[in-house]
Design a protein around this ligand. Structure first.
Ligand code: DC
Length: 224
């Protein structure tokens, strides 16, 4: 039996990554959280490509892309992101990264840089990838496409508790603002915007638990 290729797109903090991880475990698939890759590039830029005003120097980032090696390593079933052989899994969740990632992810140079590695990982099948443009651009021929959405207040709560569990302090209003700004930049950008693929199954999980969302997705996936 051929293992499926599954694309999960949607708004920030709809649970895409944690849900994809469980589905990957259940179906024996590889899980790729593509948002972590954009966060990894952003973390690199914040460390290495800052101009005299303290902002990210995009030109410097573009000319440094060949110095970025991002790699997921499996640690007891959990995929840990390494940047140039250093574990950056905690750093990529900080507010500093969240506040800058959409501007970095908007750039054609950055998207082209990450597109190739995302596609080549899916070539052999048996993968679930979550992000914003997986069903539309990265894997338009995916066997299954889902698009997750939820109300802004519910997403704010989820993100707030996620940060708390990581020991990262945050203000609820600030978390909400970051989500709104990020969704706007992600949806309105010129290249590969956050958009529901025409053939995607839309799931609003405002009133669904994580398990409820997982069951609903699994109910659509048949043996192929
Ligand atoms: O899923 P996340 O919140 O970790 O994603 C972080 C940012 O990365 C998000 O604001 C937009 C960008 N992103 C993207 O542009 N394309 C993807 N496939 C995944 C994420």
């Amino acid at each position: 039996m051929k293992k499926p290729v599954i694309a999960i797109d949607g708004y920030s903090s709809t649970g895409k990554s944690s849900i994809s991880k469980v589905i990957a475990d259940k179906l024996g698939l590889i899980h790729l959280d593509t948002g972590a890759l954009y966060r990894g590039v952003t973390w690199f830029a914040l460390q290495n490509c800052i101009d005299e005003n303290g902002s990210i120097d995009l030109q410097k980032l573009f000319s440094s892309l060949d110095q970025i090696e991002l790699e997921f390593r499996n640690n007891d079933g959990e995929l840990i992101l390494y940047l140039n052989h250093i574990d950056i899994s905690k750093q990529i969740r900080t507010n500093e990264v969240s506040d800058n990632v959409s501007i970095v992810a908007k750039q054609k140079e950055v998207r082209d840089f990450l597109l190739h590695s995302q596609r080549s990982l899916a070539e052999k099948g048996g993968i679930i990838m979550d992000g914003r443009d997986i069903g539309t651009v990265v894997l338009p021929n995916a066997d299954y496409k889902f698009f997750l959405t939820a109300s802004i207040d519910e997403r704010t709560n989820r993100r707030y508790f996620e940060l708390e569990s990581l020991g990262i302090q945050a203000e609820r209003e600030q978390v909400k603002k970051n989500l709104i700004v990020r969704d706007k930049i992600d949806s309105e950008r010129e290249i590969a915007p956050l958009k529901q693929a025409e053939d995607a199954i839309v799931i609003d999980n405002t009133n669904l638990t994580k398990d409820g969302t997982i069951d609903l997705i699994l109910s659509h996936i048949k043996n192929i």
